[in-house]
Design a protein around this ligand. Structure first.
Ligand SMILES: [Zn+2]
Length: 616
């Protein structure tokens, strides 16, 4: 990585050595710290224990190191002048981490994760409680809350879009002159834009300002295409994608757009002043945001979407992922039929890329959770999910093929968990068999399968199994594995066992930094139980959460709820215990709960109707 960075930044790492120090324990909110020449990393984000390490662990350890080493330049050698521009550190290091991982481990297909990063940012950025990437920070509390998905993930996504707009070479030339000019100095965002603009001979500052100085997510509406004389013309209109403000007047962005007919040549345009028309060579289904480097949602007219959905199998993997993500988010926000995602999931071939099936499995497992308290409707969804996912799992199997591609290992893990969630009897039985056999047969639960199997066992645990897991946690010698086993105790679906995990979290047994994590795990399945418990034991809980993160921890627990009562509880908590400048996370948690309640009431019935119509 150092070699890669020395070349990319054009300024060599100036210290005689670079240490990366691993230590036990963990924070609820970060993995590592980029101290200059002496990076600190929590052990679970860097050490690979061959007894337990999975493919995704390898990826995480590489990514975290790539992020912290990038900070030796962006953050340490050149530092933002003030917290307003925190994203210059974090957005850039995040973008660099993805870029470097994709270059040095091309077999991991990390370029496809750009869609996940963008989704992480947009789901927050489309709520009324969002903020611009560059924001005014006046207090310690505000600085602490700025370490969020807008700063990291939107920052990364906006850089990706701008790099694509000016081209890789011009972008790198601009970064090199920024480094040379500002080494050992402090900067603001405009110092970067100036160097990029000069290198690119292209005005980018205005676009960069649109995306970093104002909040929110642009939405590009795509009208039905017109094909004439072998050319396709399509009208684009810019609006704004908002989840919780129905009649919001859209902000205005200059949006770089790449469009093509499926399989055709890509054409670039800049949507400015709210409108653009683009003409593409050839005829066929039109794909907007081809390559998915744009930070915006794409909303197709119904016929245009149907044509694209029919061509799904022919699209590049990254665009399949982008279309899945857009249709899911737009459907949940009521901008498209909620079932559009299911149309795509039905059209996805069994041999689609592992990343495509990972996204589909992830959405279906999440949907399963949304049907909490509606057993009949949940059963219909589960039948559909099993019918789609089981054949994919049959191809992937329990054991890795000899020269298997790395992303297949990640898919296997996701499918075991998802099929466990949606009640696939065969998967649950085999997970149980392997767990029981592991005591005497070390091949029953190899490292690659250990975590998903334990996940299925823990969420389906009865009291005896739960005690067995606890005994294993207690006896474990490795601090890293021990912490992971204690987390599993918080994953039980059974409410009484979840309560037992909460009680255990505040004892000395799990170790100094494990308790807060157990409570967070309980909140995954039982958010109201976890929040009420944490509040009832507030003073004890405050002692096990790092001080700078307290204003984020409680909203993090309650924010997963779908109970209207939680909104009042969170408001009351913030009023009593948080200073006025530390309530951003509480407001976002409340907006998420309100959205969840609305989705369950208004969108799930559309899914029910689709499932009925399609015979699930
Ligand atoms: Zn960082």
């Amino acid at each position: 990585m150092l070699k890669e960075y020395n070349d990319y930044f054009g300024v060599k790492f100036p210290l005689p050595k670079l240490d990366n120090i691993a230590a036990p324990g963990r924070s609820q909110f970060f993995s590592a710290m980029e101290n200059w020449g002496a990076i600190f990393t929590f052990e679970n984000s860097i050490l690979l224990d061959p007894r337990v390490a999975t493919q995704s662990d390898k990826e995480v350890s590489f990514l975290v190191a790539a992020h912290e080493i990038a900070h030796q330049w962006f953050g340490d050698l050149v530092t933002m002048a003030w917290w307003d521009d925190l994203w210059l550190n974090e957005g850039f290091a995040s973008w660099m981490e993805s870029r470097t991982t994709n270059r040095l481990h091309p077999e991991w297909n990390w370029g496809l994760r750009a869609v996940d990063t963008r989704e992480g940012a947009m789901s927050r950025d489309a709520l009324s409680t969002t903020h611009p990437v560059v924001q005014r920070i006046a207090t310690v509390e505000q600085a602490s809350q700025a370490f969020d998905s807008i700063t990291y993930s939107k920052g990364e996504a906006v850089i990706r879009m701008l790099e694509s707009y000016v081209g890789e070479d011009a972008w790198r030339t601009g970064v090199r002159s920024y480094m040379a000019r500002h080494a050992y100095g402090n900067t603001v965002s405009d110092d970067l834009w100036r160097e990029i603009e000069q290198a690119a001979h292209k005005p980018i500052t205005a676009i960069a300002h649109d995306f970093t100085l104002q909040p929110g997510v642009p939405m590009i509406r795509v009208a039905d295409a017109v094909c004439k004389n072998g050319k396709t013309t399509v009208q684009l209109t810019q609006g704004e994608f908002s989840i919780d403000q129905e009649n919001k007047k859209p902000l205005s962005w200059r949006v770089p757009v790449i469009a093509q007919t499926v399989g055709g040549t890509a054409v670039r345009t800049l949507v400015s002043g709210g409108k653009a028309s683009v003409t593409l060579p050839g005829c066929g289904a039109v794909l907007v945001n081809a390559g998915q480097s744009g930070y915006y949602r794409t909303l197709y007219a119904p016929k245009a979407f149907a044509t694209l959905a029919a061509d799904f199998a022919r699209m590049p993997t990254i665009d399949q992922l982008g279309l899945l993500a857009d249709s899911w988010a737009l459907g949940m926000a009521g901008k498209m039929p909620a079932s559009s995602f299911l149309d795509l999931a039905s059209n996805a071939p069994a041999d689609a890329a592992p990343e495509v099936w990972q996204r589909i499995a992830g959405v279906l497992a999440g949907l399963h959770n949304s049907y909490e308290g509606k057993p009949e409707q949940r059963a219909a969804l589960d039948r559909f999910a099993r019918a789609r996912l089981a054949p994919v799992f049959a191809r992937v199997g329990w054991s890795a093929a000899k020269d298997e591609a790395a992303p297949v290992a990640n898919l296997r893990e996701t499918l075991i968990r998802a099929l466990g969630e949606v009640g696939d009897e065969a998967v649950i039985a085999e997970a149980r068999r392997r767990y029981a056999a592991a005591a005497t047969d070390k091949d029953a639960m190899p490292a690659a399968l250990r975590r998903p199997i334990l996940g299925v066992i823990a969420s389906n645990a009865d009291a005896a199994t739960w005690e067995q897991l606890r005994a294993a946690a207690k006896a474990e010698q490795s601090s890293m594995i021990k912490a992971e086993l204690y987390d599993l105790l918080g994953a039980a679906d059974d409410k009484a066992l979840a309560q037992r995990a909460l009680d255990l979290a505040l004892t000395d047994e799990p170790g100094a930094t494990a308790g807060a994590s157990i409570i967070s795990h309980v909140a995954g399945g039982h958010p109201d139980l976890a929040f009420d418990f944490a509040l009832a034991n507030r003073e004890k809980v405050d002692k096990i959460v790092d001080g700078a993160s307290r204003s984020r921890y409680f909203p993090g627990l309650g924010g997963r709820s779908a109970d209207p009562a939680m909104i009042g509880k969170l408001r009351e908590y913030a009023k009593q215990y948080l200073p006025a400048d530390a309530q951003g996370d509480t407001r976002t948690a409340i907006a998420s709960i309100e959205t969840r309640i609305k989705v369950r009431a208004q969108r799930l019935p559309q899914i029910d109707a689709w499932l009925k119509q399609h015979g699930a």
